[in-house]
Design a protein around this ligand. Sequence first.
Ligand code: OOB
Length: 513
Amino acid sequence: MLRRQAQAQPDIVAVVDGDRRWTYGELNRRADAHAAGFLALGLLPGDRVVVQFGNVAEFFGVVFGLFRAGLIPVYALAAHRLAEVAHLARRSGAAAYMAGDRYAGFDYRPLAQALRAEVPTLRHVVMAGDAGVFTPLDACMGEGGLPGDPDPSAVAFLQISGGSTGLPKLIPRTHDDYIYSFRASNGICGVTEKTVYLVALPVAHNFPMSSPGHMGTLYAGGRVVLAPAPSPEVAFPLIAREKVTLTGLVPPLALLWMQAAPGTGHDLSSLEVLQVGGAKFTPEAAKRVRPALGCQLQQVFGMAEGLVNYTRLDDPDDTVIGTQGRPISDDDEVLVVDDLGRPVPEGTPGHLLARGPYTIRAYHDDPSANARSFTADGFYRTGDIVRRLPGGYLEVQGRAGDHINRAGEKISAEEVEDHLIAHPGIFDAAMVSIPDPVLGERSCAFVIPRQAPLKASEVKMFMRQRGIAEFKVPDQVVFVDAFETTAAGKVSRKELRARLRTQFLASNAETAS
Ligand code: OOB
């Protein structure tokens, strides 16, 4: 897709990062040079490479270079820290780690150092910027000697699951399934060569990557503009300068933008469509998009495993405000079932199962997760509770599983509990989601200390030292003496979390009244 655009319009700008403007020709040359350079390092087609960049142009040179060399990117988010990156590298058996030296105030070089010590399969570390002891990205520029174009049905990259419990699982997406999803998305979202797409969310997340995101925009020959932060202060001047037509946000950011827009001196009139997804956007907030920002709202309900739903640009207001859209394709099969797997009538909430042309049938190398997450006939159990409405539109009601959707960032309660229990002063811990007016949900950890009194700040500090992404550090820590058990003396983690959550909400309601 990149070669085709580079031939058709070599001098058109493809990627804008601050003052840097890379044309399709330039991006194409970089991809070729990096592909040859990566192979010259000794990496072999099929090797997995953990890629961790912020919203910078290098991301594009690197991933297109990897695709051309037949190497398989494993997408880490810039917010991930050692614990997560090491997990991704180990699970994928990664042969290399590629990152930028610094981003958003964080230095990735010490992380790379520790990663190399922890993950024996890792043979190379490639760094953009000041590479220190590592291989500089600029040195990974070669000529010729590329394998042929990749097999379209081969795995193109591994993405991380947001919709699951436990440690993140790896999602194998193929070239053809992924291109199908963003090409079809382009049709639904009106993406053409005139589109200017602002990447406000993290560049490696599936939403800004493919719904239709930067990949869809590049496929159509449009322009991708990178925002180093999603705040109105950073994004609004970029929208005005680059005449951005389309962008995607999570609900809390959409709220921030709507609040900031009326007083801004920046011209936002180029913005035609604001997509909101990743977490539930309430109808009350959805109603305010057009009055505040002067553009159309599109709701997007998707998942890295595949299925993506959109409200359509010509849908009536009620549908756009009150639903999370309908699937991309007529070939998307959607089932809404009860706890026993029996289909429920239209309008009744149930578990959403999905199968279709771009939805995975299995996670990468994870038989036990696959047994839980897929039905025998290949439907993915999304873990979402939805209502199906006339016309196939879906309304998301919540999650069946124990994960927290904090402003679109998915947090597994189990994963964080494991870190909490590693604290020598903590006997047991359970983490639950609490409704939050801005974040949608926030996290609250219930902790049983061993003996000495513990402070919430110490617990949070400890979590940061564990090397996990900041968004996973509990927003609130509540100390309790014990977890109640039933008469039978045994409670599942799931029941325990549900009970703690109910108690917390009830006691807060009392205080409020
Ligand atoms: C997107 O992808 P993931 O993989 O980070 O998270 C998927 C989960 C869904 O299963 C659902 O629980 C939640 O995020 N979700 C929404 C939603 N969009 C996603 N819940 C309610 N309303 C929505 N509009 O988050 C993602 C991937 C592609 C496009 C958009 C979002």
